[in-house]
Design a protein. Sequence first.
Length: 265
Amino acid sequence: MITICISLFISIIVFGFWPGALEVTRNIVFFDSWYVPPIARHINVPVWSLGVEWMGYLAFPWLCWLLLSIRSFRVVAILVPTILALEIFLLSINGTPIMAAIAGTEAFVRMAGSFFVGCLLWVGFQHPISRSLSGDWLMLAAICAATIVLLVADTAYSLGVLACIVLLAARPGPATAMVLGSPVCMFLGRISFSLYMVHYPIVRVFYFLQLNTSAGLPSGLFSAAAVAAAILTATLVCVLAEEPLRRFGRALTRMVFPLPKARAV
């Protein structure tokens, strides 16, 4: 709600555009990603992912039941590239009549494929073979692979590799633990969700300024200023809204569903 308000404020004040009550409602209820064809205008583009992620959360208990029945590392090794290949194929034909006939849209395909792959990778990472390979070198290889994919292909294709990075971070080597435990990484991790939610409207403002300014400033300066402004805005949103609301939600949960008192042994 807060980031939608920020986006609306920027849209009205900077661009002079009011998207309409229907568009605002679709963004608030996370329904804008479920239209075929998908809605072209987003008040805040990252909301598209929230619109499909809740379907993944609803499917997660059933997915857990399925994954816990997989005992073979070979099955995981076959399923992961197969699902990624299917996801890439479906994304490559996006916009065709075939894709329009599929339940959901590009957003659904990206969520379903990458979410399932991430869960499968977790199963594979519990295997003794994967445990013997964990550490700094495997993390470095995963980061290099993700970087290559991001540079040469669509960002959607990198999600499977990024899932490896997340899982490796849970079982890091000494160098990886040192880097991820640094104050900078800890801070960026703390504000990461707020940063994801606010970066798009901030970037739009600086892109607009870059196109309409007569100062002739280099594009790198605008990019650096956009990153700094996004981090500052995300920090304020995280400290003033996200974290207090999260604490309130936990306190409310404990009040409505109190945990049973532990018995003395």
